[in-house]
Design a protein around this ligand. Structure first.
Ligand code: BES
Ligand code: ZN
Ligand code: ZN
Length: 497
């Protein structure tokens, strides 16, 4: 895929399908964007004649001067945002591909309230590349889809002076979209291929490519070193657990981030077996790990001036003759003991060891990402990540990064009154409550025990990591959520210092 930036009027750039945007509302002359297209009344008449309203992501393909023009709805002017731009670009790129074209030209809109050309260009390329993503490596595409691919995207800025900024934004978007696609590939990949060992090998390969530090602790050593949480979860599986630490440490780092990822490559529930319905989806229980690994890759590629340490517990949760049993007590890396009353609450067990391990890096912030609770899916659905933290500054920054990337977070309380529900009679902690109340929060209270002393935030991505319905720049399946959010968080962090 070639991405280039040119300056001039969109209507003059002859490079594949020209994509125009249109605002929803009354039939005003300025409805078509970029505004230079207002000087093409014939185009305007065509759009009106097609009964096109301009609703968000509405499309119409029209012939114009021997070329093809695609008009995509932007929605109401009052709702203009970078997210609208991402969606518009995703819709446009997918539509152009589906119609059998190979190239498209997108405007870098300069409407008030959208922001600088670099951000708008970034949003457009993010939307287009993420929208074009598909997981097709395990099947033969039907005849009519074979060879349908986009080869080139041209961005058009109206002012020559904006070219360099747009190029910078587009280049950043390419890095981010590639990282997100990598995470999606891992998440969409079935658990017989994406094993803990596979993830460890991917981390090693990334480390080699990008000259990162990488340490993988294999299962026998985890047993010896006292990683009781991970060992307890992994001991029922034929696939050995892998504890992965991958570190990007630039010379002039302004801050240190520890990113912990839940990497359950398949969660059957263990002996507390899940019902059969939709169990196949539980291959996505390593979405946190995928996001963390992809974020480290993106951070290193973008040369972020921060030290970023990815800490991943990769394991498979299966029942067998060697599996842990309800009632077993394990000793975590921290020394705290846990009574495992439900083997399906395994994410918190592996994360306990990750979070304790993170302390040795004395991070300015530790953030964990995990498909942790079904309760979070019930509470927030697919639109918001559950955020739990006592650190107000971290909460505010995650909230801002969430709004900017549209990987939005919604905070739930982490009040101490929720804590006692996780106490056990015979061990320091139990891994489930006996009431089932506040499942997302009590899971976070459990994690908090192992994060003590670090500025820490927990992100429950159970509802947002996977989608059953296609969105403009997210196909069905893995979302790859978390990568753009974390990069944005870390970038803003040092921008303020
Ligand atoms: N991986 C699941 C959580 C999950 C559920 C993620 C649905 C995505 C969609 C987690 O390991 C789990 O099974 N949690 C249990 C905890 C319970 C036993 C306290 C749950 O949420 O049911
Ligand atoms: Zn589980
Ligand atoms: Zn799980």
């Amino acid at each position: 895929m070639r991405i280039q930036v040119r300056s001039g009027q969109l209507g003059q750039v002859r490079d594949g399908v020209q994509v125009f945007a249109a605002l929803e509302g009354e039939r005003r002359a300025e409805r078509l964007l970029p505004s230079s297209s207002a000087r093409d009344p014939a185009l305007r008449r065509l759009v009106d004649a097609a009964g096109f309203r301009g609703a968000a992501n509405e499309t119409v393909l029209l012939p114009r001067n021997g070329r093809w023009v695609l008009v995509v709805g932007l929605g109401k002017e009052a709702d203009l945002s970078l997210e609208r731009v991402r969606q518009l670009a995703g819709t446009a790129a997918k539509t152009v591909r589906a119609k059998g074209f190979r190239r498209l030209t997108l405007p870098v809109l300069s409407q008030r309230g959208l922001g600088l050309p670099a951000s708008v260009a970034q949003a457009a390329i993010e939307g287009a590349l993420l929208g074009l993503y598909r997981y097709d490596r395990l099947k033969q595409l039907p005849k009519h889809e074979q060879g349908r691919r986009i080869d080139a995207i041209t961005l058009v800025v109206e002012r020559v002076g904006d070219m360099a900024h747009a190029k910078r934004g587009a280049a950043k978007a390419e890095v981010l979209a590639q990282a997100v696609a990598l995470a999606r590939d891992w998440i969409n990949g079935p658990s017989n291929l994406i094993t803990p060992t596979f993830l460890a090998n991917q981390a090693r390969a990334l480390a080699r490519q990008l000259r990162l530090k990488c340490r993988v602790i294999p299962f026998p050593q985890l047993k010896r070193l006292g990683f009781g949480g991970i060992v307890g979860v992994a001991q029922g599986s034929a696939h050995p657990a892998q504890f992965i630490v991958i570190e990007y440490a630039p010379r002039r780092a302004k801050a240190t981030f520890a990113l912990c990822g839940k990497g359950i490559t398949f969660d059957s529930g263990g002996l507390s077996l899940k019902p059969a319905a939709k169990m196949e989806q539980m291959k996505y229980d390593m979405s946190g790990a995928a996001a963390v690994l992809a974020t480290v890759k993106a951070a290193a590629t973008l040369r972020l001036p921060a030290r970023v340490i990815g800490i991943i517990a990769a394991a498979e949760n299966l029942p067998s003759g060697t599996a842990q049993k309800p009632g077993d007590v394990l000793k975590t890396l921290s020394g705290k003991t846990v009574e495992v009353l439900n083997t399906d609450a395994e994410g918190r067990l592996v994360l306990a060891d990750c979070l304790h391990y993170a302390k040795r890096f004395k991070p300015d912030a530790a953030v964990d990402l995990a498909t942790l609770t079904g309760a979070c899916v019930i509470a927030l659905g697919g639109e918001a990540i559950g955020l739990m933290t006592k650190d107000e500054r971290l909460a505010a920054r995650l909230n801002q990064a969430g709004k900017a990337t549209y990987e939005r977070v919604w905070r739930l309380p982490l009040w101490d009154e929720y804590g006692p529900a996780m106490k056990s009679d015979i061990a320091d902690l139990r891994n489930v409550t006996n009431t089932g109340e506040a499942g997302t929060i009590t899971a976070a209270k459990f994690l908090e025990e192992f994060a003590a002393g670090m500025p820490w935030a927990h992100l429950d991505i159970a509802g947002t990591a996977w989608t059953e319905k296609e969105k403009p720049y997210v196909p069905k399946g893995a979302v790859g959520i978390g990568v753009r959010l974390l990069i944005e968080l870390m970038e803003r962090w040092h921008a303020e210092r």
